[in-house]
Design a protein around this ligand. Structure first.
Ligand code: 5GP
Ligand code: ZN
Length: 117
């Protein structure tokens, strides 16, 4: 899907709205969450505007696969892989999704409980 001018994360990806970016390439953008829930809290998004997991089609498989690979690359670069890290997608309102552009939360630097809240 193309970029959506009303979408916060599309506007961050394009540079229209500022964010503390730590990685970007043709397919993916990563930036620090404005309200971090752990010492490291990075959001990793595809540039393509896909609102939620439920909007994905087979055509999105490559870009979502690439996005997950970038999550792991960023985790390694931040040295999170030794202790471990958590990757979360909140999908839909009941799960806590507030921004309807698929994003992976990459959280690290502390221990995490299970089950999640
Ligand atoms: P969700 O609740 O949809 O899973 O996650 C949305 C995340 O986006 C939240 O963790 C929230 O703190 C973050 N967020 C919301 N607005 C902004 C913003 O303008 N800039 C950045 N960097 N993060 C944002
Ligand atoms: Zn978007």
């Amino acid at each position: 899907m193309a970029s959506n001018a009303q979408c916060l994360f599309c506007r961050i990806a394009s540079g229209d709205i500022p964010a503390k970016k730590l990685f970007e390439d043709d397919a993916v953008v990563a930036f620090h969450d404005v309200n971090p829930q752990a010492p490291t809290h990075v959001l990793v998004i595809p540039r393509a505007h896909i609102p939620s997991l439920d909007d994905m089609t087979d055509a999105d498989a490559d870009v979502i696969g690439t996005t997950i690979l970038r999550v792991t690359k960023i985790a390694r670069e931040l040295h999170l892989e030794t202790d471990g890290y958590r990757v979360i997608i909140n999908n839909g309102v009941a799960a806590g999704q507030t921004v309807f552009h698929i994003h992976f939360h990459l959280l690290g630097g502390r221990s995490f409980g299970w089950p999640p809240g």
